[in-house]
Design a protein around this ligand. Structure first.
Ligand code: SAH
Length: 361
């Protein structure tokens, strides 16, 4: 087997190199994390950008086998945050120098929803005279909807491909024609055509997912030339079909370490993209966020959903920080950023440098 030290000196990483890094021991992985952290600081700077996350609704028309808010889960109390509350959260983000907001929710598609989101985007843009950057994460939509939201002022979109392994994708989604890999990929192309900074990502540690499959996911991101990435460990949820396969999962800590190895390798493959330290990482490890920064993540999304709704947006179990007070959460995040030797990019959009280079904008 090739030594990790040698692989880390290479300019171009091959598929085999990536698989080897994913399989690295704890000590070897530390070398990988150090190299990724150095690469991030050199190529992307030493700042972590903050995006206040508003979980706007848990209504969902999809029925993904892994997700706690899937359509068929009748135990979920469904909600939509009122427009005024969304704006209050956005004002909180502005006042606390979060720089950007992310509006995320289950997948809803209707003329009324398109219009409602469009209106909210325009209202958020008025706060502090266009001070806040806006990322959307609202699933697959048609071109017209994506375009209207873009024209209203949203400029980044997150849509995870979930896995690029077609067989695995088919196993974790219903075969109803409404959950196809092709449609998801098509949506990513539409987003890019319209002009968004495009983010994607995968779940890590799915039952039946191999290291080779994860290596192909990373190469897909490189080949698609993504601007941003949000990925994290798969975590089980009792009220989903995939719960039955939980005996196949890696132990939580191993799943966590595999996830930050994915972050580190992506940082080496694509030094100038934005990569998020995700809530699922925090859920599996008490120091998850700081460790993700030390492995090359440079974005974090503090939850600013009004507290009354939070318990109803559980994609997986034991989600970290569900009932954390805003201020406590804020100071914890800032302290994690400092702990990792980095600085918070206060009141900055922190756009993807990769996007700027790719488009010349
Ligand atoms: N509905 C939107 C966004 C909300 S879900 C969309 O489809 O893009 C955001 C992400 O949460 C999903 O893309 C998925 O990768 C992740 N997720 C869902 N269930 C999960 C689980 N059980 N464990 C870990 N991540 C999960």
């Amino acid at each position: 087997m090739q030594k990790i030290e040698l692989i880390l000196q290479k300019r171009e990483l091959s598929f085999d190199d990536i698989v080897r890094m994913l399989a690295s021991s704890k000590e070897e992985a530390q070398l990988l994390f150090n190299k990724a952290y150095e690469t991030m600081c050199r190529e992307r700077g030493d700042k972590v950008y903050l995006r206040g996350l508003i979980e706007i609704s848990n209504f969902c028309s999809k029925d993904c086998y892994y997700c706690g808010i899937r359509k068929s889960n009748n135990n979920v109390k469904r909600y939509i945050v009122t427009d005024e509350e969304v704006l209050e959260s956005a004002r909180y983000a502005y006042e606390h120098q979060y720089g950007s907001v992310v509006i995320q929710g289950g997948e809803l598609s209707s003329p009324a929803w398109t219009e409602r989101i469009e209106k909210i985007i325009r209202e958020i843009k008025k706060i502090g005279d266009s001070s806040l950057g806006i990322t959307l994460s609202l699933g697959e939509q048609d071109e017209e909807t994506y375009r209207r939201w873009y024209e209203a002022g949203a400029h980044r979109y997150l849509l995870r491909i979930e896995t690029t392994d077609r067989d695995l994708f088919a196993k974790i989604h219903p075969a109803d024609g409404n959950h196809t890999f092709e449609r998801r990929l098509e949506a990513l192309y539409l987003l890019r055509k319209i002009g968004y900074q495009v983010g994607t990502g995968v779940m890590i540690g799915l039952p039946g997912q191999s290291l080779e499959s994860l290596a192909r996911d990373l190469l897909f991101m490189k080949e698609f030339d993504i601007d941003m990435c949000g990925m994290g460990p798969y975590i089980e949820h009792k009220e989903t079909p995939m719960y039955a396969q939980r005996h196949l999962l890696l132990p939580p800590l191993e799943r966590f370490f595999l996830s930050i190895k994915m972050v580190a390798i992506l940082r080496l493959l694509m030094p100038d993209v934005n990569i998020a330290a995700t809530t699922a990482m925090e859920t599996l490890h008490p120091e998850g966020r700081a460790l993700a920064f030390k492995a090359g993540a440079n974005v974090v999304m503090p939850n600013i959903t009004p507290l009354a709704y939070r318990e109803n947006y559980l994609l997986y179990e034991n989600k970290a920080g569900v009932l954390d007070d805003y201020e406590v959460a804020r100071s914890k995040i800032i302290s994690d950023i400092h702990k990792a030797g980095l600085k918070p990019g206060l009141s900055e959009w922190g756009d993807s440098l990769h996007y700027k280079r790719r488009t010349g904008k």
